[in-house]
Design a protein around this ligand. Structure first.
Ligand code: XIL
Length: 546
């Protein structure tokens, strides 16, 4: 009797332990897996609407392994391709890893393919949203492996997620034969990663904001997805940063995709998060020649004609004042104009992708500042540009322009130095000279978009950052932050913005070379503090620093 009881207790214990164990062992779940060898397309469908000519076929003549692959043929749009439901219950922060192979044999020698997601919303009347997640370069006639991760964003209103493959988007009237090529996919697998594998913020390290408090605020650029407080990424941001700017969500195309239709949802999420967490909030950018909606430069009656000078002026004024009035008292600093200078001297023109100067002359710059000031007399108004540290002529052009603006009583308060730099250039001395030069005009300097590529140029091949890459980077962050501190002590600057919280979402993972991952920031892809972080916070923690 006693023995039986003991046995029972032991058994119960074992079952309980088994339960705990199995709850702790991570489980990755395969959600999509197709080799197409069974002759079936599985859950894949073509994206074209019913009646579209586009077709999916099982092809036994072309395959990566096994006996067949999935062919997409009769495509007529760049976005024609195979689509599959990933989940009908989007959970913020879930990470899906995918892998597969892609192939084509017509058209150009190299071809980019895009992995994208489509999302529906709990409100069935809400329009689906589409986002390009990753891009792959394939070679004609060769199977190319595709691999990546997709993290579900923190939008509580979303419902279904579909995954699909397509060619880089072009408007229908621009589609050429090269955009209509057949392509094949094979051995496709999507795995939902166990939540236990998700990155976790380190709680036991000092935070950047406090460490730098005596000198300047330290901010980061964010995506709307990154500011959901239930997410680790938001925890990272809240722990370390005390200033915020949108990486893309405040640009002209995001705010006013159609004339007069302002989209505030994503823009508000970022500003509200900043307000709730007591951060200083910047706006980037009221004007820019990139990421601007097409209608802006078009004649309303004939999109093939350029907008008139008067109308463009009016559109710019409306855009600026609608935003600045809305966020008065919340956004404390605006990039009013962005990248208006040429890399070849003088102002940026159509030759470098901007029609602003061609249509309006430099007056548009002066007017933009006046309109912004009218709408909020207290906000800091910034003229922002890149390579000011590395390009002496551009730096001098900026100096001359701001001097002219000040003389003409144009309300410019600060020069924004983007500071997209690399492990190799520019020198620390050049950075100091640049800050001193602008400060000598009596305006503030804001470091608006700092990051530091591990690559010397676009010619460097993709690599995982080496220990030496990270050490060189740490040394430069240390030296450059020393320059910032000295500048802060002289009253030249009080705000440094880093262009992203952690390496996983840096824009340099796709720029200037698509798909070439970089590591330019202070936290790595798993949100862990890099040597560059320690170089700023406690250099004694990094062996090898000078
Ligand atoms: C970048 C964003 O980070 C990317 O996500 C986007 O695809 C392109 O723009 N200078 C600027 C920023 O002023 O707006 C740019 O941001 C980086 C270069």
């Amino acid at each position: 009797m006693r023995k039986t009881k003991m046995l029972f207790v032991l058994l119960a214990l074992l079952v309980a332990a088994g339960g705990i164990l199995s709850a702790q062992t991570f489980k990755n779940v395969t959600v999509i897996k197709n080799s197409f060898d069974d002759g079936k397309v599985g859950g894949w469908a073509h994206r074209g609407h019913p009646g579209s000519e586009e077709k999916l076929i099982i092809d036994t003549a072309v395959k990566k392994v096994g006996s067949a692959s999935l062919k997409i043929t009769n495509r007529t749009k760049t976005w024609h391709g195979p689509i599959h439901l990933l989940t009908d219950n989007a959970v913020a922060g879930d990470v899906y890893a995918f892998s597969g192979w892609i192939y084509y044999n017509q058209g150009p020698e190299n071809q980019a393919f895009t992995f994208s997601v489509e999302r529906s919303f709990k409100d069935p009347n809400e329009a689906h949203k589409y986002a390009n997640i990753l891009s792959f370069q394939a070679k004609k006639g060769e199977w190319t492996q595709i691999k990546g991760e997709y993290t579900v964003g923190a939008d509580p209103t979303q419902k279904n997620i579909w995954v699909y493959f397509e060619l880089p988007y072009k408007a229908d009237d621009l589609v050429t034969d090269n955009d209509k090529i057949d392509f094949w996919v094979d051995e496709i697998e999507f795995i939902k990663l166990d939540p236990a594998l998700k990155p976790k913020v380190q709680l036991d390290i000092p935070n950047l904001g406090d460490t730098l408090y005596d000198w300047f605020s330290i901010g980061t650029a964010v995506n709307p997805d990154e500011v959901d407080p239930s997410q680790q990424k938001a925890q990272l941001i809240m722990k370390h940063f005390n200033a915020l700017v949108a990486g893309n969500a405040h640009k002209m195309d995001a705010i006013q995709p159609q004339e007069g239709k302002f989209e505030w949802r994503d823009a508000d999420r970022i500003v509200e998060f900043g307000m709730l967490t007591g951060m200083r909030v910047r706006w980037h950018s009221l004007q820019w020649h990139q990421q601007a909606p097409a209608w802006l430069m078009q004649d309303p009656k004939d999109p093939n004609k350029r907008v008139s000078k008067d109308l463009l002026n009016q559109r710019l004024k409306t855009h600026i004042q609608t935003i600045v009035k809305r966020y008065k008292g919340q956004v404390e600093s605006y990039d009013v104009v962005n990248e208006v200078l040429s890399d070849k001297g003088g102002f940026r023109t159509a030759a470098e992708g901007s029609l602003w100067y061609d249509i309006l002359g430099k007056e548009f710059i002066f007017n933009s500042f006046k309109w912004a000031r009218e709408a909020d007399p207290y906000a800091q108004l910034v003229i922002n540009d890149y390579n000011l540290e590395s390009d002496k002529r551009k730096r001098q052009d900026m100096y001359n322009l701001v001097k002219e603006m000040l003389a003409a009583k144009v309300p410019v308060d600060a020069v924004g130095i983007q500071m997209h730099i690399s492990n190799t250039a520019p020198s620390v001395a050049e950075i100091k000279e640049t800050i001193d030069l602008f400060a000598s005009l009596g305006v503030q300097v804001v470091i608006t978009e700092m990051d530091m590529s591990i690559y010397a140029s676009a010619n460097d091949a993709k690599r995982t950052p080496t220990a030496n890459d990270l050490l060189v980077q740490a040394q430069r962050y240390k030296d450059i932050f020393a320059v910032y501190k000295a500048a802060a002590e002289k009253g030249q600057l009080d705000l440094v913005m880093i262009w992203g919280p952690s390496d996983d979402t840096s824009w340099l993972n796709d720029f200037p070379v698509r798909g070439r991952t970089d590591a330019p920031l202070l936290f790595d892809t798993r949100f862990q503090a890099k040597p560059a972080f320690w170089a700023i916070v406690d250099p004694s923690k990094v062996k090898g620093l000078r």
